[in-house]
Design a protein around this ligand. Structure first.
Ligand SMILES: Nc1ncnc2c1ncn2[C@@H]1O[C@H](COP(=O)(O)OP(=O)(O)OP(=O)(O)O)[C@@H](O)[C@H]1O
Length: 363
């Protein structure tokens, strides 16, 4: 029997693709160590994104492939998760106790941006991350309703607010501070101030990802926000309709302008599945999200169906990911959450690998 060597294991790991980053384990810099003693192989892997529902299956897949190599008698594969802080645009100052801010944006209203934000936040939490949501939709805050929360946030020092917590998610929203039927007639600068206060005056606790549910559109407010809040990445939610796509394209342009990397596109309401007969119908067209992703060299992170349960769960304050944890839609939300956070983890590695090698020459 031939002896197994570390290089053989490296070769194997170069051919195992992590589906969340869509890159092999070696190129993604996920392999921290490989030890080979006789026929025993020990591999330590570190993922930069939460992946509770994925790790066991992936570990088994890697172990089986190592065991199938000639000369291997036993294999141990350890996978740990380490979520770190990633870079932000224009060297803005990080917010205390928040590692990464991800903005969720849409070009136009009503495409399901808030529903997607809430479910992605819950999906990140289900995958093992500490998560917060900042409801930046000052004119139409919907996060409190979707998470079944209301009432004024508590304050322990009369200066800062405690986030209101639901299903383990820390949240803050202007909706907690105003009466539900109070009209919001603020001008741009007031809104920007209110938002900065919500972000900075909340006692966040050890947040890995703060999801910011931005207002729809790409006006001055969104632009100012994306210039003032230290955002690590953005996700664009769109429906497959042409008009929504045109607006979403503008959203993309806005983030490019302020140097915030767009992590990908989520297509919402992409297919209607009839609750009576199961028939699938592309009410808002089909393939639009994919076409847009391809055109902009971005990834379509996933597509959610137009599903009456998604609306009913969100309206009742118990979004899909908590109401139906084993359902297909939850699986899609978790997959998108993993891909989006994996993309973020990979981007900063890309960035660090772009630094030139410094060669010191002895003359
Ligand atoms: N995939 C889906 N299937 C069925 N209903 C959905 C889906 N996504 C969102 N909805 C419903 O569509 C409506 C609009 O969703 P939501 O409030 O999330 O949109 P939005 O883009 O945040 O809107 P706005 O920013 O204009 O307030 C809600 O009633 C929501 O429950």
């Amino acid at each position: 029997m031939s002896m197994i060597e570390k290089a053989d294991i490296e070769d194997l790991l170069k051919n195992i693709i992590d589906p969340n980053v869509e890159t092999d384990l070696m190129s993604a810099h996920s392999v921290k160590s490989i030890d080979v003693h006789g026929g025993h192989v020990l591999v330590n892997i570190e993922l930069g994104y939460p992946a509770k529902s994925f790790i066991d299956g992936f570990k088994l897949q890697i172990t089986d492939q190592i065991l199938a190599l000639e000369g291997v008698s036993s294999a141990d594969v350890n996978i740990i998760v380490n979520i770190v802080t990633h870079g932000v645009q224009n060297n803005l100052k990080p917010i205390a106790n928040i590692k990464n801010i991800i903005a969720i944006a849409s070009g136009k209203g009503g495409v399901g941006k808030s529903t997607t934000s809430v479910n992605l936040a819950l999906a990140l939490a289900a995958e093992g991350a500490n998560v917060g949501i900042l409801d930046a939709d000052i004119y139409g805050p919907s996060i409190p309703t979707m998470l079944g929360l209301s009432g004024y946030p508590e304050s322990q020092d009369n200066k800062t607010m405690m986030p209101k917590v639901s299903y383990g998610i820390q949240t803050i929203s202007i909706g907690y501070l105003i009466e539900p039927d109070q009209p919001m007639i603020w001008r741009g600068p007031m809104v920007t101030n209110a938002l900065q206060q919500l972000l900075n005056d909340t006692n966040w606790s050890n947040v890995d990802y703060l999801i910011v549910d931005l207002p729809p559109g790409t006006g001055d407010i969104q632009l100012t926000l994306s210039q003032q809040i230290p955002v690590s990445g953005a996700v664009i939610v769109t429906t497959p309709q042409d008009i929504a796509l045109i607006d979403a394209q503008r959203g993309l342009g806005m983030f490019e302008k302020v140097n915030v990397p767009v992590l990908g596109i989520v297509e919402n309401m992409s297919m209607h599945i009839c609750s009576e007969c199961g028939h699938e119908e592309a009410i808002f067209g089909s393939g639009g999200g994919m076409a847009m992703a391809e055109k902009n060299n971005l990834e379509l992170l996933g597509s959610l169906p137009l599903d009456i349960h998604i609306r009913q769960f969100a309206d009742s304050g118990r979004p899909t990911v908590v109401a139906d944890p084993n359902g297909r839609a939850t699986e899609i939300y978790k997959e998108i959450a993993r891909k989006m956070s994996a993309k973020l983890a990979l981007k900063s590695k890309d960035y660090s690998s772009k630094f030139p090698n410094i060669v010191v020459q002895n003359t």
